[in-house]
Ligand binder design. Structure first.
Ligand code: HEM
Length: 372
């Protein structure tokens, strides 16, 4: 099974070939000092490095150590391989305040996201001082990582909101087949790919972009997007394909060709109507419509049981990474929020934005540059 190193120039879990499962958690930091916050990040680094290689979170492991103390690992991943586990840390806007003397260190790109038309955000699914994205091909391994990092943080940080995801809705390398989202459509066809030379400049913060400590890092935007599945499932195939702008089977653009054929937005059919609707999701999200803006999408499907009306509480936990959300996520989402035909079938209920620092050096801590 795959294993990815925790230490390196960039954090893993971004350009890493998207794994099948997600456990994402946003944390509030308790009333602790700046030194204690640094200690927490050091303790998280130690455990994240170990778990990424398939070891327990602590050196004793779940079944040894002082008999009268709680074990330093919870045990449910004992005997399981690392299963491609990546653990990615981020810092939310609210971390950059006077509590930790960090007010002057907030990167300009770490904006407070604007209110987008149609947003139906739920207070309990928004924000966070810190976030951890754990991805793995085994759900138990991803959950084990978040559980142990939360346990280690006890008294210093606690979970504010979190999300489990199954079924990746993106490909981030050329070797991966395109998966499908819960609308039944291929998702990730036109995503940025790790192998492509241009990807780096759209994903990683470059020297000179602003806060130097972020060089080699990225910005994560998470949106919990509820899908009104029942309405979607009663809409015609024609309507479904019009909304997306691609065919449901092959994922080809409605202007013709195959999955990876570039869409032709000027192509028209009967009565000079555009083959790809003016309000189709792919038209409005495409770089040609957005002054060349792109992003690395890395989201997951979710089903959190059902609501009071017996409808699936399901959707897409959208995650994207980019060099500057002011020029990538925000303008694209503004355009989608105003005009996307898909809006009739989706509702944004959760939201977070986080500065994802560069990778940690062996012997150093994640985010060390912020405190230097
Ligand atoms: C493309 C679904 C939300 C940005 C696509 C495609 C599908 C899709 C089926 C076409 C296949 C592909 O190229 O991957 C969805 C669903 C969403 C959602 C079901 C919500 C539940 C969003 C959001 C954004 C976004 C919130 C960004 C603000 C994009 C981009 C593309 C895309 C950039 C590629 C467009 C292109 O270059 O052709 N999406 N999407 N999507 N989506 Fe979404």
């Amino acid at each position: 099974a795959a294993s990815y190193p925790f230490f390196g120039e960039h954090q893993s879990g971004i350009l890493t070939a998207a794994q099948d499962r997600l456990h994402f958690a946003a944390y509030d930091v308790s009333d602790i000092s700046r030194d204690e916050l640094e200690e927490l990040l050091a303790d998280w680094t130690y455990a994240a490095d170990r778990m990424s290689t398939g070891l327990g979170a602590g050196a004793y492991g779940p079944a040894s150590g002082p008999y009268d103390s709680p074990p330093d690992d919870t045990g449910e991943a004992l005997d399981l391989p690392p299963s491609g586990l990546t653990i990615t840390f981020g810092f939310g806007p609210s971390l950059f305040d006077d509590r930790f003397g960090l007010a002057g260190r907030r990167p300009a790109a770490l904006i407070d996201l604007p209110h987008f038309p149609g947003d139906a955000l739920v207070d309990t699914l928004v924000g966070g001082d810190l976030c951890i994205q754990a991805c793995s091909d085994d759900p138990q391994v991803a959950v084990h990582a978040i559980r142990n990092l939360s346990r280690i943080a006890f008294g210093r940080a606690s979970i504010r909101w979190s999300q489990l995801g199954f079924g990746r809705t993106s490909s981030t390398t050329r070797a991966q087949a395109t998966p499908r989202n819960l609308f039944g459509f291929k998702d990730g066809t036109a995503n940025l790919r790790a192998e492509d030379a241009e990807t780096a400049k759209d994903v990683w913060v470059q020297s000179g972009d602003g806060a130097e400590w972020m060089t080699g890092g990225s910005y994560l935007v998470a949106r919990k997007i509820r899908m009104t599945i029942e309405t979607w499932d009663r809409s015609s195939l024609r309507e479904q394909e019009r909304v997306v702008g691609r065919t449901k089977g092959e994922g080809a653009p409605l202007s013709g060709g195959e999955e990876f054929t570039a869409p032709d937005f000027a192509a028209t059919g009967r009565g000079d109507a555009p083959l790809i609707d003016e309000a189709a999701h792919v038209r409005l999200a495409h770089p040609d419509t957005n002054a060349g803006a792109t992003m690395l999408r890395r989201g997951y499907n979710f089903v959190d049981g059902n609501d009071d009306l017996g409808r699936l509480n399901a959707g897409l936990f959208f995650i994207c990474f980019q060099r500057d959300p002011r020029e990538q996520f925000v303008p694209i989402q503004l355009r989608l929020a105003k005009n996307d035909a898909m809006n009739e079938y989706v509702r944004h209920v959760g939201s977070g934005i986080f500065a994802v620092p560069p990778g940690a050096r062996k012997g150093g801590s994640i985010g060390a540059g912020l405190f230097a």
